[in-house]
Design a protein around this ligand. Structure first.
Ligand SMILES: Cc1cc2nc3c(=O)[nH]c(=O)nc-3n(C[C@H](O)[C@H](O)[C@H](O)COP(=O)(O)O)c2cc1C
Length: 220
């Protein structure tokens, strides 16, 4: 019999009461979700142990079954949230077919999450080229050699393919592969969530409206 996984228990009342003392914050308010996101990410950059720009990307497959995996945010602004991937991967195919996705940032060190939903469009070739050029050469060769989400017969086959691309491109720049680019999620809905003691959390929601955003609050 395998051991039971070590699931932590819910905090005791005493444990919550200790947190109350340090939780005396002004209410969460903001006019502009893009600005608030930038503030929260800047705080996460300081406090997270690694990858503060990591986010879960949720998609649906052709049968409507949800799928989710982590990706890295590479640009964010009023136009949306950008990430890069292999276009032939499971996520690449799901995004191309549905044009819809959701993102989730969870910053454990801050006890905060941000949820984003919206439509997804490919970034331009110029934008993808500019980001590609910033990647380390071995990561570029890996992207050429990786048939992301396809079965890998053995690790050696992958390493040989990486070496072959290294030889092919010689000392010159490796161009961006046709199967590698980015997507931009244009948010229609953004929720900021902040932890409060006893699970009485704060939720601030922004919904896209003509010329701006409507805001609302939700029960935790
Ligand atoms: C922190 C973290 C960041 C990641 N960032 C990316 C990324 O930006 N792009 C990407 O293609 N895969 C990224 N991955 C790998 C994906 O989670 C995933 O394994 C891979 O893209 C295949 O997903 P798919 O089969 O659903 O397409 C990341 C994984 C982790 C844990």
């Amino acid at each position: 019999m395998s051991a039971k996984p070590p699931i932590p228990p819910s905090p005791t009342e005493d444990e919550y009461l200790k947190a109350v003392a340090s939780a005396d914050l002004p209410p969460l308010t903001a006019e502009d979700p893009v600005g608030l996101f930038a503030e929260w990410l800047a705080e996460a950059v300081k406090s997270e142990v690694n990858d503060p720009n990591a986010m879960a990307l949720a998609t649906v497959d052709a049968g409507g079954l949800p799928d989710v995996r982590m990706v890295l945010l590479k640009d964010a602004g009023p136009d949306g949230f950008v990430f890069y991937t292999n276009l032939g991967s499971a996520k690449g195919q799901q995004l191309a077919a549905s044009g819809k996705a959701a993102l989730l940032f969870h910053w454990k060190s801050l006890r905060r999450q941000v949820r984003v939903r919206g439509m997804v469009t490919p970034v331009s070739a110029e934008e993808a080229d500019a980001y590609w050029a910033t990647r380390a050469r071995p990561a570029q060769l890996g992207a050429w050699a990786s048939q992301q989400s396809q079965p890998l017969p053995d690790r050696l086959a992958f390493e040989k393919a990486i070496a072959a691309y290294g030889v092919k491109f010689g000392l010159g720049k490796a161009p961006r592969p046709p199967h590698w680019s980015g997507f931009r999620l244009t948010p229609s809905h953004i929720e900021f969530w902040r932890d409060r003691p006893f699970r009485l959390h704060e939720r601030l929601v922004f919904d896209a409206a003509p010329g701006g955003w409507t805001t609302s609050r939700l029960y935790p």
